[in-house]
Design a protein around this ligand. Structure first.
Ligand SMILES: Nc1ncnc2c1ncn2[C@@H]1O[C@H](COP(=O)(O)OP(=O)(O)O)[C@@H](O)[C@H]1O
Ligand SMILES: *[C@@H]1O[C@H](CO)[C@@H](O)[C@H](O)[C@H]1NC(C)=O
Ligand SMILES: *[C@@H]1O[C@H](CO)[C@@H](O)[C@H](O)[C@H]1NC(C)=O
Length: 312
């Protein structure tokens, strides 16, 4: 089973989103009635994996969910989209990660995340996935699992010349410096770049400046996404930084846009290993730009068949 080589392997999180819509957010101790409820599939790792799979990448997920109905559903969700689940472990020691989300009619929200089983992902599961990690084209990880597990996965990949993409999200101020030199591509958004560098990132110029600082810490390439302004791409091998603008679209829900972008980035790097990274970023931005035009997270991610042929 582990003999097939994967295009993209993701070591990361799975979260079930429990979303209640109500006229307003409840006050402390208050019970109010909402008017709509739905369950969604989330978690940065799974979102990114799913976008890569929807574009046609052969993907595998290394993750831990609970031995509960949410965990069972999550595994089924992966199978429905062709994601290999042989490295998705189930544990009885914690519940599947959940995000309880309340959204009011003005679109404001209050969220409680319980990472649960995600925090129990361990070196045991990494070891089980070792043959798949070391033979994959691209390994992708984030920070919604224990950071030392992400770090170890990046090391395993780098030692075997597997291309690494690291998304330092959610950002932590005291990020282990090893993360930088283990990242072939270090991809984050404005707020994460700001937290990591300590300087403000509100426009293209400031993003170039923060990007240069992140490059100095040892990454091969830095990509900072800037929402509707696209992204900047900086490479250690070149002294220039490139601004890649986004195509203007009517955004209705930007939740998970960054994950769509990163999943697409992994797909393109696996399929077109010699493509210039600013072109890779331009195409990933086109994919993410489609995702913001409909409501939902994974459900808004486009399939290859929904996209223009010149993106492939
Ligand atoms: N309003 C938008 N219009 C067009 N593209 C967008 C828009 N919002 C996001 N994108 C695309 O998605 C990418 C990631 O979005 P961003 O908001 O930076 O990520 P995050 O979800 O991490 O905040 C952007 O680089 C861009 O390509
Ligand atoms: C999961 O729960 C079932 C009972 O519902 C049990 O038979 C099984 O051993 C459990 N698996 C793990 C990994 O705990
Ligand atoms: C960047 O991503 C984080 C999640 O890691 C999110 O909370 C934050 O709002 C994003 N920042 C911007 C500017 O979109």
């Amino acid at each position: 089973m582990t003999e097939e080589a994967f295009d993209v392997i993701v070591v990361g999180s799975c979260m079930t989103d429990l979303v209640s819509q109500s006229p307003r957010l409840p006050k402390e101790g208050e019970t109010i009635h909402g008017h709509n409820f739905f369950i969604g599939f989330g978690g940065k790792g799974a979102n990114q994996c799913m976008q890569a799979a929807k574009l046609g990448a052969k993907t595998a997920m290394v993750a831990k969910v609970g031995n509960d109905s949410f965990g069972d559903s999550y595994i089924q969700n992966f199978k429905d989209h062709g994601v290999h689940t042989g490295f998705v472990a189930q544990t009885s020691a914690a519940a599947t990660g959940v995000a309880s989300i309340i959204v009011n009619d003005a679109g404001q929200n209050a969220i409680v995340i319980v990472a649960g089983a995600n925090m129990l992902l361990s070196k045991v599961e990494l070891q089980d996935a070792l043959p798949a990690i070391t033979s994959a084209k691209v390994l992708l990880c984030q920070l919604e699992i224990p950071p030392q597990i992400s770090l170890r996965a990046l090391q395993m990949a780098q030692e075997n010349k597997v291309t690494t993409i690291f998304n330092p999200a959610p950002a932590i101020p005291d990020l282990d410096p090893d993360f930088y030199r283990l990242s072939d591509v270090f991809c984050c958004n404005e707020s994460e770049a700001e937290l990591l560098t300590g300087s403000s990132v509100n426009n293209v110029e400031e993003a170039r400046c923060a990007g240069r600082e992140l490059l100095r810490r040892g990454c091969g390439t830095v990509i900072i996404t800037l929402g509707a302004q696209g992204c900047v791409v900086l490479q250690a091998s070149e002294s220039t930084s490139k601004h890649v603008p986004a195509t203007p679209v009517t955004a209705v829900d930007t939740t998970g846009a960054g994950d769509s972008f990163i999943g697409a980035l992994a797909y393109y790097m696996a399929h077109y290993p010699t493509m210039q990274l600013d072109e890779v970023a331009r195409r990933a931005g086109q994919v993410a730009g489609v995702s913001v035009q409909s409501v939902g997270t994974q459900s808004s991610y486009p399939h290859r068949r929904d996209l223009a042929a010149d993106l492939f």
